[in-house]
Design a protein around this ligand. Structure first.
Ligand SMILES: [Zn+2]
Ligand SMILES: [Zn+2]
Length: 278
């Protein structure tokens, strides 16, 4: 992998259950970790073209974030404050739900063999279940490239409004744009937050503070998702929605409906990679 071993010197603890992580099947191939045959094969699929796409996405995304943030502050007024606070809170909740929906979709359906999306977007999810600590060895670009790519269109759309709408219209829509901006920021940061939830050494104090106060995904909380067969606690931005969604069996109900309609078995591809030992 291009970035494996680079940048981060932090050590990390596998998020899988320790008893399972230590299990060694016959033949010496491991069921979890970087030496797992499936994990090695998935890591090798990380291509230079994909790396370039991630670099471009990160640069464009953070440039647009700076431009939009500056403009939002410019049109913000004190009387906006109550609706802005509600907007930011709603934006964070929406981001948490979307992180769960996307993560559940990629974990549960599709396969690495699918054209284009398979290797580019489904591969990292398969790799993450059989080598949960790989994410802690990914540098900033590999960690955040995909999420930056996803938020490019809404960020460009917001920037377009700032350069083409009248000041009156921008003043009127400022609280709504704060909701959209909070949503975009938290979607962009989701995988960085996810990486921190797997990192057990060397985290900055302010990150640990945010985790301990459950403002971002706490480490213990995310461990629940990493118990095989990875069928619950998919939300990885703040994790606020994991408990209520589990209570109403939200993901299970969606899976039953999709399986009834398409005949596809949930997590079939994920199981296939987990069992790959040669
Ligand atoms: Zn997962
Ligand atoms: Zn994880």
């Amino acid at each position: 992998m291009a970035s494996a071993g680079a940048a981060d010197s932090v050590r990390a603890e596998a998020a899988g259950p320790p008893a399972e992580a230590a299990e060694e099947p016959e033949g010496g191939s491991r069921r979890w970790g970087a030496q797992h045959a499936g994990a090695r094969e998935l890591a090798e699929l990380y291509s230079p073209g994909k790396r370039l796409q991630e670099w471009i996405s990160v640069i464009l995304c953070f440039s647009l974030i700076c431009f939009n943030f500056y403009n939002l502050l410019f049109y913000l007024r004190l009387e906006h404050m109550p609706s802005v606070i509600v907007g930011i809170f709603a934006g964070v909740i929406t981001a948490d739900f979307l992180s769960g929906l996307f993560h559940w979709g990629a974990d549960t359906w599709g396969s690495v063999e699918l054209p284009i999306v398979g290797k580019a977007f489904i591969r990292p999810f398969r790799e993450h279940h059989i080598d949960p600590t790989a994410i802690t060895r990914h540098d900033f670009i590999e960690t955040n490239g995909d999420n930056c790519f996803m938020t490019l269109v809404p960020l460009a759309n917001m920037a377009y409004k700032f350069v083409s709408f009248s000041p009156e219209a921008l003043y009127e829509t400022c609280p709504w744009e704060c909701y959209v901006f909070a949503l975009i920021i938290f979607i962009t940061l989701t995988n960085q937050i996810h990486k921190w939830s797997h990192t057990y050494f060397g985290l900055p104090r302010w990150v640990i503070f945010l985790q301990d106060w459950h403002i971002i995904l706490p480490r213990k909380h995310h461990r629940i998702h990493h118990v095989s067969p990875h069928e619950t606690y998919f939300c990885i931005t703040t994790g606020w929605l994991n408990y209520p969604l589990e209570k109403i069996r939200f993901w299970r109900c969606l899976e039953i409906i999709i399986q009834a309609v398409t005949g596809e078995k949930p997590r079939a591809d994920d199981m296939k990679w987990a069992q790959k030992i040669k």
